[in-house]
Write a protein that binds this ligand. Structure first.
Ligand SMILES: Cc1cc2nc3c(=O)[nH]c(=O)nc-3n(C[C@H](O)[C@H](O)[C@H](O)COP(=O)(O)OP(=O)(O)OC[C@H]3O[C@@H](n4cnc5c(N)ncnc54)[C@H](O)[C@@H]3O)c2cc1C
Ligand code: SF4
Ligand code: SF4
Ligand code: SF4
Length: 500
């Protein structure tokens, strides 16, 4: 998915329409804030002067495209589905139209009308086939009556996300903020009001501000090569795989697929660096790292169940031309949001592969220590591995012993913010990897893009991975779908009450 607007789009628009749209775009609060704070932005040295102008140019292009679409939408009397609106704009790529309509809705220019219908479906519940009622939601969009709604919604800085307790501490806002006004650690977010120039960029890309799921889903449904599942998102193929390399088997969490893919990417010069995590000076407290040499790769293998602000480090990875990033689903969501709503930020352009992990929940480092002490009566420093498998939380100790407790007994230690998460399988990644569904010692792999398929098959050809179809192993894909669906149904909804 391209982040920037292709200027060729504008060649098809009449000069008058383009001029009107550009004029209106220049009044957008985000662009004005960015324009007026040029000196402060350059003083912070996050972006060079050339990058500053590229970002500004890209923001103006994106807003111009949106204003053009808005103007044309005002001539449409009825509310339409996204797929129908696309057909009204033959001169603009469908994915641009879809993302623009959703963004215009967030800006307050377009209204969303929701229709709820009830349908009867057959379901097998506890082995018995039953007919149950299910709600179906239909979303239509219509430009608002502008006389009343000329003022666009101003996007709050992301402190609002933290205040309502839904920040996932991914660190993305901190990485992108042009004036370094945000500091994010694994359990804290601090915003310097004096530095903030109120550009709202952080809010646009934050995975917990407004949802881009509908835009993403509609775009993916345009691609006939993809299968779409309500429970695990869009995918090309699903596999169960394991590494063939003994050194990776020693350090891996499950099938060692992630480390094998990363090794393949680095060794074959398909990326210049990878972003992952490794133990910090405190064992089991993960710290994000940039690895550009295979010899340092194995230190990153294995799951650390405490969260880390991995996206913070993207700022430092900016100078690598192509990177692969490993992260949990909320991080994949942030990255795609940044690509979908263009801002021209330079480091979006270098993320070449998104490798997503499955994730049911994560824990603060303090709570992981507490969990190990209270549930197992052990010191965290005595652990060689933690794992979640078959409904159990399992620990392995340095003395070779293995202990487990039911997963439900550790759920109260999980981060509250994870209860708002509806994505188990990293739906926004190029390739997603987890243990659910795959036999012990293997990983379940969901390929979601051509790039994901290329690197998986590349690693297979290089002799690093062997695989079967996920539908042909036990317990198999149905379990991933079942647990993915259950996570989605249980997720709490986020209420920000912004702009009130
Ligand atoms: C917090 C968390 C919760 C998870 N919950 C589930 C679950 O409920 N069900 C399930 O099937 N799978 C879950 N997983 C994924 C699973 O634990 C494995 O990471 C996955 O199966 C890949 O295994 P592998 O052997 O291929 O990975 P490996 O080859 O061992 O590589 C693991 C990769 O994950 C990265 N990583 C480890 N910890 C973190 C972290 N905290 N943040 C970001 N990246 C990290 C490492 O840097 C490394 O690149 C979870 C992962 C995490 C991080
Ligand atoms: S971008 Fe990430 S760290 Fe920043 S507010 Fe949003 S969730 Fe929190
Ligand atoms: S904190 Fe957010 S709104 Fe404020 S300057 Fe940084 S990115 Fe812009
Ligand atoms: S459960 Fe969701 S919000 Fe929590 S760490 Fe995993 S992906 Fe992020």
């Amino acid at each position: 998915m391209l982040q920037q607007v292709d200027k060729k789009v504008f060649e098809k628009i009449s000069p008058k329409d383009l001029l009107d749209a550009t004029f209106e775009a220049s009044m957008n609060f985000q662009i004005r804030a960015f324009f007026e704070a040029k000196d402060e932005i350059l003083e912070c040295s996050k972006y060079t002067e050339q990058e500053y102008y590229e970002i500004l140019d890209s923001m103006i292009d994106a807003e111009t495209e949106r204003r053009y679409i808005l103007k044309k939408m005002k001539n449409i009397d009825e509310a339409l589905f996204l797929e129908e609106i696309v057909k009204e704009f033959k001169d603009i790529p469908p994915e641009n139209v879809i993302r623009d309509v959703i963004y215009l809705k967030e800006q307050g220019y377009v209204e969303e009308q929701v229709e709820v219908k009830t349908k009867k479906v057959k379901k097998t519940i506890k082995g018995e086939e039953k007919v149950v009622e299910e709600k179906e939601y239909f979303y239509r969009y219509k430009a608002k009556d502008t006389e009343m709604d000329l003022k666009e919604h101003y996007f709050e800085p992301v402190s609002i996300i933290d205040e309502v307790g839904v920040c996932v501490n991914c660190g993305f806002c901190s990485a992108i903020c042009p004036v370094n006004a945000i500091n994010v650690t694994a359990d804290h977010l601090e915003l310097d009001e004096d530095k903030c120039m109120k550009c709202g960029l952080c809010f646009t890309v934050c995975p917990r501000s407004f949802s881009m799921n509908r835009a993403y889903e509609t775009i993916k449904k345009l691609d006939n090569s993809l299968t779409f599942s309500e429970k695990i998102g869009a995918y090309l193929k699903t596999y169960s795989g394991t590494t063939t390399k003994d050194e990776i088997k020693e350090v891996r969490q499950d099938g060692g697929i992630v480390t094998s893919l990363l090794e393949y990417l680095l060794k074959n010069n398909l990326v210049d660096a990878i972003v992952a995590v490794q133990h910090s000076d405190k064992l089991w407290k993960p710290e994000p790292v940039i690895v550009d040499d295979v010899k340092d790769l194995y230190k990153t293998a294995g799951t650390k169940y405490a969260n880390a602000p991995s996206l913070n480090i993207l700022e430092k990875a900016k100078n690598y031309e192509r990177i692969a990033l490993v992260g949990v689903p909320c991080m994949m969501n942030a990255l795609v949001k940044g690509e979908l709503f263009p801002s021209g930020l330079p480091f979006f352009k270098n993320i070449t592969y998104r490798i997503g992990l499955f994730c049911m929940e994560s824990f603060s480092y303090d709570n992981i220590i507490k969990l190990v002490r209270e549930q197992f009566n052990e010191d965290i420093n005595n652990l060689t591995k933690m794992n979640i498998d078959s409904g159990k939380f399992i620990i392995n100790l340095k003395n070779g012993e293995e202990k487990n407790v039911p997963l439900k007994d550790v759920q109260s230690y999980a981060r509250d913010t994870c209860h708002y998460c509806d994505d188990l399988t990293s739906e926004y990644a190029d390739i997603s990897v987890g243990s659910i569904g795959a036999p012990g010692g293997s990983s379940a792999v969901i390929i979601r893009s051509k790039a994901g398929e290329e690197i998986f098959q590349g690693a297979v050809k290089a002799g690093l991975i062997e695989f079967k179809k996920l539908t042909e192993v036990k317990p198999g894909q149905f379990l991933v779908e079942r647990i993915g669906g259950s996570k989605r149904n249980k997720a709490k909804s986020i209420e920000l009450n912004k702009n009130e």
